[in-house]
Design a protein around this ligand. Structure first.
Ligand code: ZN
Length: 294
């Protein structure tokens, strides 16, 4: 008798990673390019079929937007994506039908948040936020022991920020111009300063401004959600020292006001990095599958 395993699919716009395991220590994994749904989901199923006798459940952490309403006829499908051929793909149903086990699905940041909650930087918490600032800004709100979906799912990247007085950049969001993502995601940083983000690491003024915009968003989320912790990941956070700056700016902006005790702390335990950087999605997908098994 072999041990039971969970399957995991991290579905990204350019690549899929598929794995099996029972914890963040994955037993086997593979990476395939994202092409057509038939090819890419087909290859994912083929990989997982090798473990057919052992698989208890599968978790999917996918690019979106997704239909996450469990009462919907198209629950677990990809909706309205600009990615050619993928709109309407019944992702969850295809995996369920092929493998015959329960399948959990969430957006990539939702999966990553569950992974951090199960094994990482949010263990034991009841309410926290997981945010990535990279090519875009994404985030999940975990409240009362579960990921909050609401109508569709929250879009933390598109909340409003106030223009910093020393910044005349118009903003980079095709919908809102100067929203949080439009001012703080990687492409906005490059467009504002006229250089690639990797060539800007030694320019303190770049990161001082970046930290102020991230702090503005965290201030809003602190007051709206009252989380116990905010995890900030993504490519921008690879810049060493950025989170320290964000904590300083956030502390200034909170100005000691609020019932949440974090307002009087140094924020070291409040604004933190994720524990599972590159593997956040895969670990999250394993955690989603494990959650079905409780
Ligand atoms: Zn926007």
């Amino acid at each position: 008798m072999t041990d039971a395993l969970y399957g995991a699919i991290e579905a990204g716009g350019t690549k899929f990673r598929i794995a099996v395991g029972t914890s963040p220590d994955l037993i086997a994994d593979t990476t395939i390019p994202t092409t057509t749904p038939d090819e890419t989901i087909g290859a994912s199923i083929e990989f997982l079929e090798h473990y057919a006798g052992q698989l208890k459940a599968v978790g999917i952490a996918s690019f979106g937007p997704l239909d996450l309403d469990p009462s919907s006829a198209t629950y677990g499908s990809i909706i309205r994506t600009p990615k050619p051929g993928w709109t309407g793909t019944p992702f969850r149903e295809l995996i369920t039908d092929a493998l015959g086990v329960p399948v959990a699905i969430d957006v990539d940041v939702g999966g990553a948040a569950i992974g951090e909650w199960t094994w990482g930087a949010a263990r034991g918490l009841d309410t926290f936020i997981y945010m990535t600032v990279g090519t875009g800004v994404g985030g999940g709100i975990f409240a009362g022991g579960r990921i909050h979906h609401g109508m569709g799912h929250p879009e933390l990247g598109h909340i409003a920020v106030a223009r910093e007085p020393d910044d005349d950049f118009a903003g980079h969001c095709p919908f809102h111009g100067a929203c949080f993502e439009g001012m703080a995601a990687g492409p906005a940083i490059s467009a504002r300063w006229g250089e690639r983000v990797t060539d800007l690491v030694d320019r303190p003024e770049v990161w001082d401004l970046e930290a102020r915009y991230i702090a503005q968003a965290l201030r809003t989320l602190t007051y709206v959600v009252a989380p116990q912790r905010i995890i900030v990941g993504g490519g921008v956070n690879r810049n060493e020292g950025l989170l320290g700056l964000v904590r300083d700016k956030l502390s200034d902006q909170l100005a000691g006001y609020g019932t949440n005790p974090v307002v009087d702390s140094d924020l070291t335990d409040y604004v933190v990095s994720p524990e599972f950087g590159q593997d956040a999605g895969l670990v999250g997908a394993i955690a989603l599958a494990a959650g079905l098994d409780h």
